[in-house]
Design a protein around this ligand. Structure first.
Ligand code: SAM
Length: 200
């Protein structure tokens, strides 16, 4: 079953010229929760190779902006797109809006970041939660009040506890969701926050 799913979305992505099958996860999330709209300014954490960038760029239109950040080398295939800006950096190094060449917070922050996996379940879960905690740390800097949020996380008791404690506190609406296009063997899921609250 898992191979069928992989095969279907992998082939579909190739056919539709997307850089990764992950695009269908964001597509499902966005269709269900209306996270991204025309003219939005969007921050994509862990964008490489860039299928989410392709999706967002088309959705926001020419007056929007999508900024991508990843530790991997800049994907030059995306550089010709007018409303896209890419940075090579570690999430743990980015602390200010000027680090991303912007002067005001984003309308939407999305993160598909995944740690380098070891195959040791609890290590991978801890690393994934470490990335998620860092995103929550920098959220007050990068996400504007009223903004929307999507983040991937490997499932664990600690992850569930962390998200349930922080999600409702920080967002007017908060959901946990596993897209159908996620491989059935995968333990990842997504948290979706809508209408970021004023923390001041
Ligand atoms: C699953 S991929 C993202 C796929 C992407 N959403 C797409 O649609 O093409 C996860 C990415 O997270 C990045 N990543 C992991 N840890 C990171 C960190 N500390 N800072 C920035 N990027 C990171 C990885 O380099 C990897 O490219």
């Amino acid at each position: 079953m898992s191979f069928k799913v992989k095969d279907h979305y992998y082939k579909k992505a190739k056919r539709e010229n997307f850089l990764a099958r992950s695009v269908y996860k964001l597509d499902e999330i966005d269709n269900k929760y209306n996270v991204i709209k025309k003219n939005d300014r969007v921050l994509d954490l862990g964008y490489f190779p860039g299928s989410w960038i392709q999706y967002v760029s088309a959705k926001i239109g020419n007056d929007g902006l999508v900024v991508g950040l990843d530790i991997q080398e800049i994907n030059t295939k995306l550089l010709h797109i007018k409303n896209v800006e890419l940075f090579r950096s570690d999430i743990f190094e980015v602390k200010k809006l000027v680090d991303l060449n912007v002067s005001s917070p984003f309308n939407v922050v999305i993160s598909d970041m995944a740690p380098k996996t070891t195959g040791i379940k609890c290590v991978d879960q801890d690393r994934s939660l470490g990335l998620v905690e860092e995103v929550f740390n920098i959220l007050p800097i990068f996400l504007g009040v009223g903004g929307n949020f999507v983040i991937k996380i490997f499932d664990s008791q600690q992850a569930q506890t962390f998200l349930r404690a922080n999600g409702k506190k920080l967002f007017q609406e908060f959901y946990l969701y596993k897209p159908k296009s996620t491989r059935s063997v995968s333990k990842e899921f997504f948290a979706v926050g809508k209408k970021y609250k004023n923390q001041g």
